[in-house]
Each structure stands twice: as structure tokens, then as C-alpha cells.
Design a protein around this ligand. Structure first.
Ligand SMILES: Cc1cc2nc3c(=O)[nH]c(=O)nc-3n(C[C@H](O)[C@H](O)[C@H](O)COP(=O)(O)OP(=O)(O)OC[C@H]3O[C@@H](n4cnc5c(N)ncnc54)[C@H](O)[C@@H]3O)c2cc1C
Length: 273
């Protein structure tokens, strides 16, 4: 099986900071890691390779330093890595990001059987990139996949849905986004780390992928962050203070009246119902 895994480099902290003026993430000076949820996709790909043979190629789009993320998953066992990096890609929203990833897969990784993504990235957190890549490549898609039940005549998967699971069968090639339940990411090995250090990672930009400037970066992004703000949590409650035991009755009455005014008390059940 020829498997492509999409991985994203994200800030290590959960405390993602945004530039209030531009509406983009502040990435400078922040330690980066592979999006933790992508490691489950990598592990799934490696297990499929173990059972069915083939290759696993990791693909990322990001700034030059995102090469580090690729080396990390090569150390886990990926065979190959491809980096998409170009100043012209800067400012891409999820649409433009997915378009660039899809075009790279179309032109450079043809013949793939399966694309695996994480459920979502811990920084942007939209969960849109996997489905959008599938859409650009016109591929069958299953999101929130918690198990691969069989591979042969297509691929059988189990999806996590609200309150249960759903079983699906998709023809190949297909794209899956996976949840944590699917696997447990392995640690990099010493020989993997050595190979990752020595490996040449191919980097492609706009020209190599033959992409029009108006389709990528800010110009190719139909969405803009118009404002970033922390929502104010307004607590319109009332403090009812009990000074001593004798005060309890008054306080309870006050509390019940407050809840009653807001229709927050349970309606007594009528007889005969
Ligand atoms: C309206 C809007 C405007 C934005 N503007 C900017 C901007 O100006 N500058 C900027 O830097 N960012 C910007 N972003 C963020 C950037 O577009 C996203 O980080 C990127 O598109 C990925 O989306 P996400 O983080 O929500 O990933 P998700 O959709 O949550 O990720 C799901 C999965 O897709 C895959 N994936 C996601 N991103 C990549 C990637 N880059 N490479 C490989 N695989 C990937 C991974 O498998 C991941 O687990 C913007 C986002 C939005 C919504």
C-alpha cells in the first residue's frame, strides 16, 4: 500500500497566541512539535505497512523549520518525507492550505492508495484540512475513524459518532481522518533517529508545483480572521449570604425567589400524568 500521512507542525504550548492586528498566529519564538493527533495517523500508517507492505510518505506544508516535524516522523518509521514551503504559501487559510497539499499529492505522490490525517490540529483546530483535501482530490472520505476493520476490496472503517459507532466501507484510494482510539503512537527508535538525521528532505515551492499566485497564500484564501477577542463571561448571579443559623430561612427564601423569577425551578408534576 502506498500511504501518505499529512502532518502539521504546531506550537508546543496549548497557549496559542494570536496577532490581534493581522489575525494570524504568532509562531516566532515558540517551541514546535508534530501535531500530537497526527502521531496516531502516522502509527496507523506504519501498522498498515507492517501488515500489507508498501511505503509511508509524510507530507507537510509549513515554514522551513517544519522540516523538523518531518524528521521526527521519519524517526518513528516513515519511509519518505516531502515538505511544501514557500513565502508565497504564507497566510494560507484552510482552503488554500488544503489546495496546496492536494496539488502536491496529485503531481508528486500519484498512485497512492490511502491518505491519513489527524482529526484536527491543536492550533488552528478547524478539522477542515482532511475533508478539504479529499474534496480537492475527489476522494471518498471518512472522518473520526477509530478503527480500520479490514483492507482488501476497499477499506472497512469504524467511525466515532455521537453516542456510538458507524461502520463504513470505502473504495480505495480514500482519505481518512483518525481519532486517538485508533492506535498508540510508537516512540522513535535509535536507528530511526539516525536515518532521519541523515535523510535529505525534498522541499517544493510554488514554482515546482506550478501553482498560480492567486490560488495560494493570502490571495488564495477566501476567509479572513476579522477580529480576535476573549469572550467576556458575564455572571449575572446573586450572592446570598448566611450569617448564622437563624438567617437560613431568609436566605433560602431569597434564593428560591431568585430562581423562581428566572423560571429555573422544576414545575411540580400534575396528578394523573
Ligand atoms: C480564517 C483563517 C485564516 C487563517 N489565516 C492564517 C494566516 O494568515 N497565516 C497562518 O499561518 N495561518 C492561518 N490560518 C491557519 C491555517 O490556515 C491553518 O493552520 C491550516 O490551514 C490548517 O488548519 P487547521 O490548523 O485548522 O488544521 P485542521 O484542519 O484542524 O487539521 C486537520 C489535519 O489536517 C492535516 N493538516 C493540517 N494542516 C496541515 C499542514 N499545514 N500540512 C500538512 N497537514 C496538515 C493534519 O493531518 C491535521 O491533523 C488561518 C485559519 C483560518 C481558519
Amino acid at each position: 500500500m502506498k500511504i501518505v500521512v499529512l502532518i502539521k507542525q504546531v506550537p508546543e504550548t496549548n497557549n496559542v497566541k494570536m496577532d490581534a492586528e493581522t489575525g494570524t498566529m504568532i509562531r516566532d519564538g515558540v517551541e514546535t512539535i508534530v501535531n500530537p493527533l497526527d502521531l496516531y495517523a502516522v502509527e496507523t500508517a506504519l501498522q498498515l505497512r507492517q501488515s500489507r507492505g508498501g511505503t509511508v510518505t509524510a507530507l507537510t506544508m509549513g515554514p522551513p523549520k517544519s522540516e523538523k516535524a518531518l524528521r521526527e516522523v521519519v524517526a518513528m518509521g516513515c519511509d519518505d518525507a516531502l515538505q511544501l514551503s514557500d513565502r508565497a504559501f504564507a497566510g494560507s487559510d484552510t482552503w488554500a492550505t488544503s489546495y496546496i497539499l492536494a496539488e502536491a499529492i496529485r503531481s508528486r505522490l500519484e498512485g497512492f492508495d490511502l491518505i491519513l490525517c489527524g482529526e484536527r490540529a491543536t492550533d488552528g483546530d478547524t478539522g477542515q484540512v482532511g475533508p478539504a483535501v479529499a474534496s480537492f482530490l475527489d476522494l471518498p472520505l471518512a472522518t473520526y475513524v477509530s478503527a480500520i476493520t479490514d483492507v482488501g476490496d476497499g477499506i472497512g472503517v469504524r467511525r466515532l459518532v455521537e453516542g456510538g459507532y458507524e461502520k463504513l466501507r470505502l473504495p480505495l484510494p480514500a482519505l481518512l481522518t483518525v481519532v486517538k482510539e485508533i492506535s498508540f503512537p510508537r516512540l522513535p527508535t535509535l536507528s530511526g533517529k539516525r536515518r532521519a538525521r541523515q535523510m535529505a528532505v525534498e522541499r517544493l515551492g510554488r514554482e515546482e508545483l506550478d501553482l498560480a499566485e492567486e490560488d495560494i497564500g493570502l490571495g488564495g484564501s477566501p476567509t479572513r480572521v476579522s477580529r480576535i477577542f476573549t469572550p467576556q463571561v458575564a455572571r449575572r448571579g446573586r450572592k446570598v449570604i448566611v450569617k448564622d443559623e437563624g438567617d437560613l430561612d431568609r436566605a433560602l427564601k431569597e434564593l428560591l425567589a431568585f430562581l423562581d423569577e428566572r423560571h429555573l425551578l422544576p414545575v411540580p408534576e400534575r396528578k394523573g400524568r
